[in-house]
Every structure is written in C-alpha cells, then in structure tokens.
Design a protein around this ligand. Structure first.
Ligand SMILES: Cc1cc2nc3c(=O)[nH]c(=O)nc-3n(C[C@H](O)[C@H](O)[C@H](O)COP(=O)(O)OP(=O)(O)OC[C@H]3O[C@@H](n4cnc5c(N)ncnc54)[C@H](O)[C@@H]3O)c2cc1C
Length: 322
C-alpha cells in the first residue's frame, strides 16, 4: 500500500530486479558493468543474485564520498567505548555468552561460557542474528531455526596483512576481479602517510570467498590461495618490498571473532532485501533485540552503527527510563 500512497509504483520493477538485470538493460560496456558491480564482487556474490540498488553504491562513493576515520576503522569502536564508559556503562570483556535464557519466550538473562548467570530484563545481541537464535536462545522453536539456517551466508574471506615499501597511488582500494569474486589491495598509507613505520606502510590483500567455497577449501587450501595471490604482480606495482605480517583464513576469522559458521552475516540477495533483514526487536522472544550486520541496514561499520541506533530506539521505546 505504501508504494501506491507515495507514488513510487513505477520503481517496483527496478526494486524487484537483480543488479545483473539492470546493468544489462542499461547496455553499458561490459567493463563498466563489472566496475559498477565491484561492491558485489567484494561480497563474493554473483551479480544475478545481488539486488538492483547495489548499482547505486559506486555513485555514493564517487558522489557523496567515502570516509576514512583518523586513526583507522578502530577509531570508531574506540570512540563508542569511550562514550559508553562516560555514560556509566559497565563493560566486561572476554566474556563469551553461551546461552540467552528465555523461558516462555521472555528474556531472563544470559549464561556465560564460565557458567555465570547474569540476570537481565532485556538482551541486545550484536552476535550474528542467525547465530543468536540458532545457537544462543535456549529452547528456540525448531521450525523457526530451520528457516533461519536456510539463509545463505557471507564469508569474511581471506586477508593477508602486509607491511610494504612504496605505495601504489591513486588507489586506496584496487580490485582485481575473479569470476563472481575479487581480490582487493587496500592501502591506508595513501590516506594517512603518518601510518608508516621506518618506511614501511600497512597494506592488506583481501579476498572474499563464497561461503561454500571457503568451507570446501579448508584451512590449508585457503592459506595456499593467499600465497598464490601474494605471488601475483598486479598489486606489487610501485611496491619494492613487502613483508607478510599475518594471514587470516575464514576459519581464523570465525575462531577469533566468534562468528556463526565462519560467516559475517546473511548475504544481501535481492530476495532478502525484499523480505527484509532480521528484525531489531525480536518478534518471537520478548526482551531480545538484535543489532549488527544481520539487521537493517546491514554490513559495513557505518551501517552497523545505524543498526545500533535503530535497535537502541526499539529498546528505549519498550523500556523507557523511569
Ligand atoms: C576483511 C574485512 C575487511 C573489512 N573492511 C571494512 C571496511 O574497510 N570498512 C567497513 O565499514 N567495513 C569493513 N568490513 C565489514 C565490517 O567489518 C563488518 O560489517 C562489521 O564489523 C560487522 O559488525 P557487527 O557488529 O555486525 O559484527 P562483528 O564486528 O563481528 O561484532 C560482533 C561481536 O560480537 C562478539 N560475539 C559474538 N558472539 C559472541 C558471544 N557468544 N558472546 C560474546 N560476544 C560475542 C564478537 O566477538 C564480536 O566482537 C570488513 C570486513 C572484513 C571481513
């Protein structure tokens, strides 16, 4: 009804299309289609499955612009932590939640991996939305679990952390496309020369992988893939020497960041976009709220920050301060 009311009926065919369909219809040269689709390649996702609005992403980057926080991405959580502490929030680090206790579909608290029960009127989960329901909420109904388990997952892919001598201007991020996926060279040193240490700049070689492919390769196969990509010449133009500081496969991402089945979030398919991501206010468990990349508006730091605000709005609406 909303589309009729606000006069946007004409946009419905576009919204129901895939990225591949709108790019084909636009009859742009194939190379341009591929470059517009690079933000789908970074998700390791075929353009036939990506939603049409992904076509706007390059427009955002080249129009509104992309921003690099001073101090790097870590500056965002550091600032949020400082604000939370200043507001009197009690933060417990390295405390893994094993279960969300919710008898009769009403949150009662959480149980930590150490076995401690922490009572709570409400729980806001930033863990994977699917993982929260499937692995954490006790006695969550099996049919609902099965529906969530069918959502396709997005893998974090592999990452090689590098120290490099030299830089490759003008690319902060340079893509090499490979089928549905790609490899991206990221050079923060181009934006912030102060990051150099004794002439070595930080850089990363990031390769998204389809979730099933990542699992099939296994840890050994993924490390071999990283080595093959490191041996390629395209990313070494302008770089006279490099040191590999660390290699991270999807299994290490999963272990280090407690990821649900070594995934970051559900893949943003056109189907999921139409259906909507996971709700911030749980429709099944009272007092449970979800935030982070499984919820609207989705992945990336800026979107996750918006998700945090939206989820907090739900919580403060339901539990106003007295
Ligand atoms: C290689 C790579 C490069 C990226 N580069 C960028 C970039 O340049 N810019 C950008 O904007 N985005 C980037 N992203 C995407 C961005 O990192 C994610 O979209 C974002 O971090 C998702 O945030 P989140 O809060 O949903 O999840 P997470 O960042 O995964 O946070 C979830 C937190 O919950 C914790 N947790 C999980 N389970 C439990 C549990 N049971 N108990 C207690 N704690 C738990 C985890 O340890 C973790 O700290 C990149 C992602 C990858 C993989």
């Amino acid at each position: 009804m909303d589309v009729l009311r606000n006069g946007s009926l004409g946009s419905v065919p576009f919204m129901l299309s895939s990225l591949a369909a709108v790019l084909t219809k636009a009859a742009l040269p194939p190379a341009l289609q591929e470059s517009i689709g690079s933000w789908t390649h970074i998700a390791g996702q075929p353009m036939t499955q990506a939603p049409a609005p992904m076509a706007f992403v390059p427009g955002l980057f080249h129009g509104v612009g992309a921003y690099y926080p001073q101090g790097g991405m870590r500056a965002v959580p550091e600032l949020l932590e400082a604000e939370a502490l200043a507001a009197g929030v009690d933060v417990q680090y390295t405390t893994k939640v094993r279960a969300i206790v919710a008898p009769h579909k009403q949150v009662a608290g959480v149980r930590t991996a150490a076995g401690e029960f922490l009572p709570a009127t409400a729980v806001m989960s930033d863990a994977s939305g699917i993982g929260t329901y499937v692995e954490l909420v006790e006695d969550f109904p099996a049919p609902e679990k099965e529906k969530l388990q069918r959502l396709p997952l997005q893998s974090p892919g592999t990452c090689a952390y590098l120290a490099v001598r030299g830089r490759q201007p003008p690319y902060y991020i340079r893509f090499k496309l490979r089928g549905a996926g790609c490899t991206a060279l990221v050079q923060p040193g181009l934006l912030d020369a102060g990051l150099a240490q004794e002439g070595w700049y930080p850089a990363r070689l990031i390769s998204p992988l389809a979730h099933a492919e990542a699992a099939a390769l296994g840890p050994e196969g993924q490390h071999q893939l990283i080595d093959q990509q490191l041996a390629e010449g395209w990313w070494q133009e302008g770089i006279s020497a490099y040191k590999v500081l660390h290699r991270r496969s999807t299994f290490e991402w999963g272990r280090d960041y407690h990821l649900y089945r070594d995934s970051m979030n559900p893949v943003m398919t056109s189907r999921l976009m139409r259906k909507g991501r996971l709700a911030h206010r749980s429709p099944t468990v009272r007092g449970l709220y979800l935030t982070g990349s499984s919820t609207h508006p989705g992945q990336w730091m800026s979107f996750c920050a918006i998700a945090g605000v939206l989820a907090a709005d739900c919580l403060t609406h339901d539990y106003p301060r007295v």
